[in-house]
Design a protein around this ligand. Structure first.
Ligand code: FAD
Length: 228
């Protein structure tokens, strides 16, 4: 599944761009239709127009685009991701209908958590703690999957047996969104306040935004990474 449109994330995950219909020109034309005008290509003044729209919070011209991704991520990342509702669509692999695969996230970046909500700071743990944490997570996940298989062999329904699987289990889903909703997602999740793991997914998705809409992306960054 890996290609130039697929970015590996964490140990077994990825963000793959499955389809895109998005451009800076569509933003410009979305705004210019107000004056019954349209362009076939970007002109010299168009970057200024995009920056103006971004700066002034004229958000709707940034909705005339479409990104369709396939994402493979641990369940706890998916749970955070799917909180993003406005302008996002999701369809996920169902653990009711097909057997989950024994693929689990084992973090490389094991850290401490100090401080209070909204102001945590994180530091890498020492090597011994890191390795024992990784072993705990891996051994626990392996045992959980063995229990899952045993239940399936006894004829227990997949929708029941999956209750034993950990949050580190990988799943896959389709994710579609427009450029405005993607920017809002990136502003919250490709941000140091977000959990490290979802940051990696958001950074991958943001690189596809930057590739398809470089001027829009630059204006987003200039505006302090706040979506219009
Ligand atoms: C660092 C961080 C920590 C978090 N911690 C927690 C937590 O502890 N517990 C928890 O439950 N969630 C938590 N969240 C999730 C957070 O509360 C949001 O649900 C998530 O970030 C999606 O943001 P959103 O609602 O702006 O996005 P979207 O759902 O995509 O919505 C985009 C925008 O549309 C508008 N909108 C969407 N739906 C409505 C609505 N129903 N009514 C009015 N306006 C709407 C809002 O302006 C919103 O900003 C956390 C998020 C982050 C980034």
């Amino acid at each position: 599944m890996l290609s130039e449109n697929s970015i590996p994330v964490l140990d077994h995950g990825f963000v793959a761009l499955d389809g895109v219909l998005a451009s800076d020109l569509a933003v410009v034309n979305g705004a210019r239709v107000s004056f019954n005008q349209a362009s076939d290509e970007l002109g010299e003044r168009d970057a200024g127009l995009i920056r103006f729209l971004m700066r002034e919070g004229h958000g709707s011209p940034f909705e005339h685009g479409y990104f369709r991704f396939i994402v493979k991520a641990p369940l706890f990342v998916v749970r955070e991701h799917h909180r993003h509702r406005a302008g996002h669509s999701y369809n996920e692999w169902s653990g009711r209908y097909s057997k989950m695969e024994p693929e689990f996230y084992v973090p490389e970046y094991v850290r401490t958590q100090v401080g209070k909500p909204g102001a945590y700071s994180f530091e890498r743990v020492d090597d011994v703690t890191r390795e024992s944490t990784r072993s705990e997570i891996e051994e626990n996940a392996t045992r959980a999957f063995q229990a899952y298989e045993r239940m399936l062999e006894q004829g227990v329904a997949k929708e029941v047996a999956r209750a034993v699987l950990p949050l580190s289990t990988y799943t896959k889903y389709y994710w579609s969104c427009n450029p405005r909703s993607l920017m809002h997602f990136c502003s919250l999740r490709n941000h140091e306040a977000a959990q490290y793991e979802i940051q990696q997914y958001a950074a991958a998705a943001e690189s596809f935004l930057e590739r398809a809409m470089p001027i829009t992306h630059e204006a987003f960054v200039e505006r302090g990474r706040i979506a219009p």
